[in-house]
Design a protein. Sequence first.
Length: 123
Amino acid sequence: MTEDSGSGNAKETPASIPVRRACFDAVFFSGFLGERARALCAQQPDRTAVVLLHLADGAILDLCHIEQLFPDWMAGRVYWDPKTCDRMDLVFVPYALITRVTFSLPSIHERRIGFQTSAPSPT
């Protein structure tokens, strides 16, 4: 007895998992974010820049600075405890995992350090 699957010799293909296209990318982080943060901070020097990365898994990363940008992911330093800013962790984040970026400017009395807005030095 032969099995008839409709196509006889059809090969099974593995189910594909859709990968979300990244809305934020290296261009956003290398250009727009830093430029916008510097411009806003120049207007309000009594404020501290804070950048939060909201991830698809629900995590929120408090970004201090970006270490390196790659085509599909970034390496950055994040504050482990934003209240004390005493410890930073190195994180590797795929852009596709970032669902939102929040920029805020709390008073320097509320937050002593935050996102580094200084322009990168030429190498």
